[in-house]
Design a protein around this ligand. Structure first.
Ligand SMILES: CC/C=C\CCC/C=C/C(=O)SCCNC(=O)CCNC(=O)[C@H](O)C(C)(C)COP(=O)(O)OP(=O)(O)OC[C@H]1O[C@@H](n2cnc3c(N)ncnc32)[C@H](O)[C@@H]1OP(=O)(O)O
Length: 294
């Protein structure tokens, strides 16, 4: 029998809820291992109520079904921890925040897995965008497409200076950012900038991302985490209920829009991605990524 998404989540939570506390850990810090081989590393500081979630899937933290599932399980667990009030999302590989969705999930896919992959991304997006936690993205490297989307679900974005880029570049792959990716971008930088950025598949430098409001701060790579922690303190000075209700009023309608069209969105995604022409575009993009190395 097929399990519902929430049943799968619960099964995952009980499987993954083990608390792993290394001998060297500060006593106030609990380390959650969200999966047997830790594709995301999560710890919660009991003193501050702030959790850190690190993407940990080398080489580029691309988001496959397993990473998305682990993130969803970890976030669900943090949100049920009464004392957890904030989360910083970052990467364990400085230089790469997240390369976006794992293109191999979309290239020559099996339909069942493709559906589950997309549903899990939808669920994670809904949870992140509507999270009761104050969320800050510490973008310590490249952040294209799905990586940019993840950061956009947070309440505040701090990016590392350097040659890193960020943006919803889907059109460069010959694919189209779905309406809820677009909505998240519109809500952040406005309609006109989104029109330009998404049609051109713009990958912004940190400086340009700051200019258009795609990120909130640009700091040296070694300052990204401490800036995120400092900023988090400001967000946590606000009473939770007031901050959460305000967020819910501002973001709720966008989350509801996807919730109401979720099945149709999965059908549309599967139909689109499995088209011959789209498969060809993905193949060319994958080849281009490989050629780049030579
Ligand atoms: C109706 C709706 C339809 C569709 C909606 C779909 C929405 C899609 C959203 C997405 O997120 S699509 C993914 C878009 N991502 C990208 O365009 C990023 C591609 N990657 C890069 O640009 C670079 O890899 C980099 C992130 C800038 C890092 O560069 P670096 O030089 O450090 O690494 P390298 O390019 O050598 O990559 C190492 C290794 O990883 C493979 N790789 C990279 N990105 C991905 C990815 N997103 N998915 C799968 N694999 C990826 C790359 O090919 C290399 O593999 P190799 O070692 O085997 O050659």
């Amino acid at each position: 029998m097929a399990l519902s998404f929430s049943a799968k989540l619960m099964r995952g939570v009980s499987r993954c809820a083990a608390l792993v506390t290394p001998k060297t850990a500060p006593t106030s810090c609990r380390y959650f291992s969200s999966a047997e081989n830790s594709r995301v590393l999560v710890n919660l500081n009991d003193k501050t109520g702030v959790a850190t979630m690190q993407l940990n899937r080398p080489p580029v933290n691309s988001l496959n079904l397993e990473v998305l599932t682990d993130m969803t399980i970890a976030l669900d667990k943090l949100q049920t921890e009464k004392d957890c009030r904030g989360m910083i999302l970052t990467s364990s590989s400085p230089g790469i925040f997240c390369a976006g969705l794992d293109i191999m999930e979309m290239y020559n896919p099996q339909e069942d897995r493709l559906r589950e992959f997309w549903r899990t991304l939808q669920e994670l997006w809904k949870m992140m965008y509507g999270s009761r936690l104050a969320t800050i993205a510490a973008i310590n490297g490249h952040s294209p497409a799905g990586g940019c989307l993840l950061s956009l679900t947070c309440d505040y974005r701090i990016m590392a200076q350097g040659k890193f880029t960020i943006g919803l570049n889907e059109t460069l792959l010959g694919i189209v950012a779905p309406f809820w990716f677009q909505d998240t971008m519109v809500n952040t930088v406005g309609h006109r900038e989104t029109e330009r950025a998404l049609q051109l598949g713009l990958l912004y430098s940190g400086e340009n991302a700051l200019k258009v409001g795609l990120i909130d701060e640009l700091v040296s790579p070694e300052k990204v985490m401490e800036t995120a922690e400092g900023q988090m303190q400001m967000w946590l000075k606000i009473p939770d209920f007031a901050r959460q209700l305000t967020k819910e009023q501002l973001r709720g309608p966008t989350v509801q829009k996807l919730a109401q069209h979720q099945e149709a969105d999965i059908d549309h995604f599967v139909n689109f991605i499995t088209k011959k022409a789209i498969q060809k575009s993905l193949e060319m993009y994958l080849n281009m990524l490989k050629q780049k190395k030579k």
